[in-house]
Write a protein that binds this ligand. Sequence first.
Ligand code: SAH
Length: 221
Amino acid sequence: MNKNITNMIADIENEAIYTQHSIGRKAFSNKVMKVIASVQRDKFVAPELQVFAFDNAPLSIGHGQTISQPYIVALMTDLLQLESDYRVLEIGTGSGYQTAILAELVEQVNTMELVQALGKQAKQRLTGMGYKNINFQIGNGYEGWLEHAPYDAIIVTAAADYIPPLLVEQLKPCRKLVIPVGQIYMPQKLLLVEKDKHENIHAQNILDVTFVPLRQSDIEQ
Ligand code: SAH
């Protein structure tokens, strides 16, 4: 493993220990950490930010958006308890970094992005890296993506005003949705939402977080 990635992994492990009482675990699964160690985050970051590519911090990806902090990527991925035969919906493709992590772990990833330029760039990047199990869509994540529903897991990587009902509808029973909820510049809550076998919803508050907003607006060029 290169030294930068080794440091990033150590930072994620330390933050997991530091936040263990909130997140209910001292460490993330080996399966998730192995994938985080294998996907090269520098490939998802602009040339001028390469020196920061393995920092345990969010970074700008243009269009006012950010690539998420590696610890948060590890946490959200771990919370979903993914199995290899899962079909996953991701809202907020952004750089495609989280998408790649998911694509390493499950059978099919369906990812939606509101900003056309970001979605296009991520598609090119991930296709160029050889991923064949990802479907891309430009659209509003509040609506979900009916075509491939129902999903075994849903991950939202921008802060929503509320839990989108259509996402809950598109989730299979006994499965999980992880989503930050709250207003911009206010403390947001990372929620783990579970749909039980009777289709009742249980939301668990995991951690205070800071995400860019999940916008209600139209598709952006
Ligand atoms: N997982 C990404 C995070 C990107 S930030 C990464 O690590 O790179 C969140 C992304 O959600 C941004 O790219 C933003 O444009 C997108 N987004 C915001 N509102 C959205 C919406 N309603 N539907 C789909 N994507 C949205």
